[in-house]
Structure formats: C-alpha cells, structure tokens
Design a protein around this ligand. Structure first.
Ligand code: AMP
Length: 308
C-alpha cells in the first residue's frame, strides 16, 4: 500500500444554492480530498493550516477517517481560511462572494517526516508556491504528483502556478479554468497546450457533464452519474481528485489504463458529494454505497456493439 500526502485548504465555507444557505461549515480542498481518499485504506496525511477558531471536532473527524493531521498547523491567534460562494440556478456555475486567506497568507507547509517519501502527492487547491514548497520537501521522487488548482490562483499567482505545473504528472482542472489557463476554447487544444506546460496527463472536469482524461493522443471520457437532485456542488472537484489519487495510491499502478478506473472512482465519489450541503454526505458514506454506485456507473456506460 502506498502513502498519500494531501495538501490543500482546511476551511470554513458559507454556501448559497437555490436550495438554501449555510452558515460557516467545514470545507476546504484538503478536507474533501481526504474524505474521498479515506475510502481506499491508504496511509494518508494532510498538510494545511487553520486558526485558533477551528473546532477540534473537525480535526477529530479527519482522524477518525484515518487521515494523519499532524501536518495541519494550528495558528492559535489566527483565523481559518474562509470561502463563500453562491451557485446559479443551473448549479454548474458559481460566483465567489468572499475569499479570506487569513492564516493561509503566511503559511509555510511542513510535510510530516514519515510522509516525505510518499509515493503519491496530491497537491490540492492552494497557493502554488505552497504546492511547490511541498514538492521541495519530498526526499524520494514520488511515483505520481497530481495538482488541482483554480481561477483564483491564475488571477493572482500565475507565474508561480506555471512553475509548479512544470513539476507535476497530472493536473485536474475544470473546463472554464482550462480555457482561462490556455486562452483556448476547444478543450482538446487546451489539453494539448497544458501538456506542453509539463503534465503528461490532463484531467478536465466538466461538472454534470463528466470528465475527460488526456494523455498524448489518447482521450478517455467518463460521464457524471445523472442524479435526480444536485443539492450543493461544492467540493465535487476536490472529491473527484481525492478519489482519483486514493485509487492510484491504493493500486500503485499509474498507467493510463488504470487512470481510467481512477477517473471512474473520482466521478462516483463526486456524485455523492453533491447530494448534501458541504461535507455532510461524505462524512457518512459507506464503502457498500460506493460499490453499489460503481455498478450503476458500469451499467450506464457499458454497451455491446458489433462493428464489421
Ligand atoms: P470545489 O467545489 O471542488 O472547487 O472546492 C470548493 C472548496 O475549495 C471549498 O471547500 C473552499 O473552501 C475551497 N476553496 C475555495 N477557494 C479556494 C482557493 N482560492 N484556494 C484554495 N481552496 C479554495
């Protein structure tokens, strides 16, 4: 079994969707990634920072999911990163209402000693120079480095982002962000341009329209599971990344063929995430529910066709 190091925000979120509104609840990229990766029984550790206002119960929750939280720094006199967003009626797009970096602004990540040789590194959404600093601390060359990012960092730290992108194997990014990063509307052209920036594998997430995996001239597509009701899409991208990374860490096979399965696992876990507000659904998700949905996924996408 491989070790997985997860870097990203551990946060407070306030979310507004057409279905309702939350006060400050548990959120953050590393939180969603960790909850998703916990389904694979890998040795996982999170690297992040929170303030003195962050409830211990939230850290306990991550620990009960077997996520090592020793790399989550607590700045007693500081405040936890806060993000607030409002979804449009289509639930596929949202406006960011607030991003308060707080303790994140001066964060120097420290990778726990035991995880400096982790085979899989999941660089979740965070300042790209923090993502770089984590790579600098790894003592062994990792089998796979995956990076997730968002438009916020393209707007305010593009040079740092381009530097870290050069050092990674897989990028997971949504369609809008891929277009912003490359200036290309076609996702095929955008993926090619992102390949040229460094990553050998490019995953473009398209919300309710699924995800594309590009590798050289190969493309794989997985739809999103059609759901009756999407309650809150927050964290779906991170949950996808956590499922993707967790599966690859568990299997230790980083071939393109196996990455297709990782995309399916990521999509399956993300389909649960959106069913309730925030992390609620992921906190109580059982492995048997995941298994059932994987079967549904298989039925949805499998067909026999005779080609002559
Ligand atoms: P997603 O819906 O997958 O894009 O992820 C939403 C999560 O990302 C929320 O829980 C936020 O706390 C977190 N988040 C929002 N903005 C940022 C940012 N600029 N950097 C890092 N994490 C963020």
């Amino acid at each position: 079994m491989s070790k997985l190091i997860i870097v990203g925000t551990v946060a407070f979120d306030a979310i507004e969707t057409p279905f309702g509104k939350t006060d400050k609840i548990l959120g953050g990229a590393a939180t969603y990634i960790g909850l998703a990766a916990s389904h694979f029984n890998v040795d996982a550790a999170a690297v992040s920072v929170v303030g003195g206002d962050f409830p211990e119960a939230y850290l306990d929750l991550l620990e009960t999911k077997n996520i090592d939280v020793s790399g989550i720094e607590i700045v007693k006199e500081g405040k936890t990163f806060f993000w607030s967003g409002k979804y449009h009626n289509d639930m596929n797009s949202r406006d960011t209402l607030a991003t308060e970096l707080n303790t994140l602004a001066d964060f120097n990540p420290v990778v726990p000693e035991d995880y400096k040789d982790a085979e899989v590194v999941m660089l979740g959404n965070l300042h790209p120079s923090v993502q770089s600093s984590v790579l600098d601390q790894m003592t062994e060359k990792s089998k796979l480095v995956i990076l997730d990012t968002m438009n916020f960092w393209m707007d305010c730290a593009l040079d740092d982002l381009l530097k870290v992108i050069k050092r990674i194997d897989v990028i997971t990014i949504n369609d809008e962000e891929a277009r912003q990063l490359t200036g290309e509307y076609s996702l095929v052209v955008a993926a090619r341009k992102i390949h040229e920036m460094g990553p050998k594998y490019v995953v473009i997430k398209k919300g309710e329209h699924g995800a594309l995996l590009f590798h050289n001239h190969h493309v794989f597509y997985a739809p999103a599971l059609p759901l009756e009701e999407v309650f809150d899409p927050t964290g779906a991208g991170d949950t996808f990344a956590g499922g993707f990374a967790g599966y690859l860490a568990k299997t230790g096979d980083v071939s393109f063929e196996n990455m297709k399965n990782a995309v399916i696992y990521g999509s399956t876990l993300a389909s649960f995430c959106v069913e309730k507000f925030g992390t609620e659904r992921m906190q109580n998700l059982s492995n048997s529910e995941v298994h059932k949905r994987l079967l549904q996924f298989k039925q949805l996408t499998q067909f026999e066709i005779e080609l002559t």
